[in-house]
Design a protein. Structure first.
Length: 254
């Protein structure tokens, strides 16, 4: 057995564990790679297990630099670890499995070093494949749109949030994040559409829409100079949250 004998390693930044098996070289100088990437922080965790139904291998030109990432991550030498990822990525004629493994490792190193731009690119590459499990895919999407949202790249976050919802995934925060992203991106038609749907559902259930969201609708009316929309929101405010301020606004428009 060569010096690439299998052993597991674990990098340990808070809420992130990257477990990577050392690569065992076969007589054809290929190596089987099993990478478990977990928890691309933000509050989310994801794990990966190699498909037990089929054996996939990485060539030494890819396996060797990826093996080196282990010790570099332990030593928190993230810049050097990323250079090893780039070295593996520079290999010619990479297989789909090699590319996938490289991107998983890149994502883990980027997360650990706080490189959100690289993390996002790696996650997009992973999500473009069919190799993520049914559990991983929504977790990786959630990590991706949260990364964009936290970086205030709302127009990049929106497509991933809508895809997340369209694929039937559930999350308590995604609706609020999507609404905020529409609003700060000045996408008022989608804000209005989202709020109208929300209000209709709440009212049908005998509940009262939030004052903040009604005011958001009123602001959309003001920003788009839609008098009817503004009046609709103002009517809701005096109905559900009557105050001198709101009544003064009503009277000033008579």
């Amino acid at each position: 057995m060569s010096r690439f004998a299998a052993r597991k390693w674990c990098a340990a930044p808070p809420c992130n564990h990257l477990i990577h098996e050392r690569l065992t070289m076969s007589k054809h100088r290929f190596a089987r790679v099993a990478v478990l990437v977990a928890a691309l922080c933000l509050p989310f965790a994801a794990t990966y297990a190699a498909d037990a139904k089929k054996e996939e291998f990485a060539r030494e030109v890819v396996a060797k630099p990826l093996n080196a990432v282990s010790d570099l991550m332990k030593a928190q030498k993230y810049a050097e670890a990323m250079e090893k990822v780039k070295e593996a990525d520079a290999a010619k004629d990479k297989t789909a499995y090699e590319s996938f493994t490289i991107e998983r490792t890149r994502a883990a190193v980027a997360q650990s070093s706080g490189d959100m731009a690289t993390l996002a690119k790696a996650l997009e590459a992973l999500l473009a494949t069919d190799r993520l499990s049914a559990t991983e895919r929504p977790m990786f999407m959630r990590t991706l749109y949260a990364s964009y949202y936290n970086s205030k790249e709302y127009t990049k976050a929106i497509p991933w949030m809508t895809k997340f919802i369209a694929e039937g995934n559930k999350d308590d925060q995604v609706g609020a994040l999507l609404l905020t992203s529409y609003y700060v991106s000045n996408d008022y038609p989608n804000v209005v559409k989202t709020l109208h749907a929300e209000f209709a559902e709440l009212i049908a259930a005998g509940k009262v829409p939030s004052e903040d969201h009604i005011n958001m609708l009123r602001n959309c009316g003001a920003k788009t100079k839609d008098k009817a929309l503004y009046a609709e929101a103002l009517d809701m405010l005096v109905t559900y949250y009557p105050s001198a301020e709101y009544w003064d606004d009503v009277l000033s428009r008579l």
